[in-house]
Design a protein around this ligand. Structure first.
Ligand SMILES: C[S@@+](CC[C@H](N)C(=O)[O-])C[C@H]1O[C@@H](n2cnc3c(N)ncnc32)[C@H](O)[C@@H]1O
Ligand SMILES: O=c1cc(-c2ccc(O)cc2)oc2c(O)c(O)ccc12
Length: 370
């Protein structure tokens, strides 16, 4: 090999190592204090109601206005706001008038609006749930699952699954319900925008694990031909649901029975469970629908194949994050590849299924018993 070629190769490798070093250094900052710093400061912003105060004020606010509205210490509020602006969560606008010193105003961004406690776009409850003590404790026991010493990190810490724990802890249960409603609003919008045709001919629909009815309330409005929508969930969950015309709330255990309907909807439910439990749930779903025209509509992540995973695909990245959440928080729950979905559907007696993408992390799988 020519000297120059060898130099280029060495130089190339050296350059690559320098780049990797830079990348590692940059990435390491994410793991300072366990990577929880940004989560803690975002939680602080939600707790204080910073985004709500600016929204209610109707225009960008100075720090003095914000500290007065929130009854906060000015200096520490400035330090928190400085961190959040640096992370692109709020925006700082400097106004320069001739006769005054430049004044900083703080404005909303798309991200800060997600931190508001109210409103269709709020993700506050979901963020608070992620940073809740039960969830954080479970995340620190991930290795127990990988070592095969536990089927759920959550159960290692709390001794019972998330749903039994929620039943025994009403405040955590309410937080989970509100958090799931955040996810549900995003998913049901994507369903309505992308695949409402799926519900054509469906007059009765049961949403299994439908929480407090966020999805069903929006679906019966978008599909006036659905004469009866049933939101089916654990009794302690449906007992908190907001009553709505055209919707029946049924409390029960999906491993025991599922109310009969033309179609069954399962949104972010099956990924909470291992294969055996999924097959049991799907067999109950199959029994609840007509053999000839019935179907089960599953809205879940479909993990991409190796090629798709190589693409710079944010949806795939979030799918893998959710897979880790399932390992940490649920009983043998996991996100599944197309083949893994085909396995559980086949084992549950569904002869065929289709998959389509929607504008969400999840895809829509329609499974047919006939
Ligand atoms: C991740 S949440 C999804 C909620 C809702 N589908 C959504 O997308 O917002 C899973 C739901 O399954 C419910 N669930 C758990 N175990 C259940 C069981 N044995 N029977 C019925 N529902 C159950 C939980 O209460 C929770 O509401
Ligand atoms: O991201 C989550 C978090 C949970 C969760 C967190 C804390 C608890 O005490 C219970 C549950 O559950 C999830 C879930 O069931 C799901 O289907 C998607 C995401 C999450």
């Amino acid at each position: 090999m020519e000297e120059t070629q060898r130099d280029h190769l060495t130089w190339g490798l050296l350059e690559e190592e320098r780049e990797e070093e830079k990348q590692k250094k940059f990435d390491m900052s994410k793991y300072y204090f366990g990577g929880d710093v940004e989560m803690a400061v975002v939680k602080c912003a939600i707790d204080l109601g910073m985004a709500d105060a600016i929204a209610n004020h109707g225009r960008p606010m100075t720090l003095l206005e914000l500290s007065s509205a929130l009854d906060c210490d000015l200096q520490n509020l400035h330090r928190v706001m400085r961190f959040l602006v640096n992370h692109g969560i709020f925006k700082e606008i400097i106004i320069r008038n001739e006769d005054t010193v430049p004044t900083a105003y703080y404005a909303q961004t798309h991200s800060s609006r997600r931190l508001m406690r109210t409103g269709e776009n709020s993700m506050a409850a979901f963020i608070l749930m992620q940073s809740s003590p039960p969830a954080k404790a479970a995340w620190h026991c991930l290795s127990a699952c990988v070592k095969g010493k536990a089927t759920s990190a959550f159960e290692v810490v709390h001794g019972e699954d998330v749903w039994k724990h929620a039943e025994a802890n009403p405040a955590q249960s309410q937080l989970i319900n509100e958090a799931m409603a955040c996810l549900a609003r995003v998913i049901v919008s994507a369903i309505i925008d992308g695949c409402l045709d799926m519900f054509e001919g469906v007059e009765t629909l049961v949403d299994v694990g439908g929480g407090t009815g966020t999805i069903m309330r929006r679906l019966v409005k978008a599909c006036p031909w659905i004469s009866k929508g049933i939101t089916f969930d654990l009794p302690h969950v449906v007992s908190l649901a907001e009553q709505c015309e055209g919707i029946e709330y049924v409390g029960g255990d999906m491993f025991e029975f599922i109310p009969k309907a033309d179609a069954v909807l399962l949104v972010a439910v099956l990924h909470d469970w291992g294969d055996d439990e999924c097959i049991r749930i799907l067999k109950k779903c199959r029994k609840a629908i007509p053999k000839d025209k019935g179907k089960v509509i599953i809205v879940e992540v479909v993990i991409g194949n190796k090629e798709q995973q190589k693409e710079d695909n944010k949806l795939n990245d979030v799918g893998l994050v959710l897979d880790m959440a399932m390992m940490a928080l649920t009983h043998k729950g996991k996100e599944r590849t197309l083949d893994e979905w085909a396995y559980v559907l086949r084992e549950a007696g569904f002869s065929r299924h289709t998959v389509r993408s929607i504008a969400a992390i999840q895809s829509v799988i329609e499974a047919f018993p006939a």
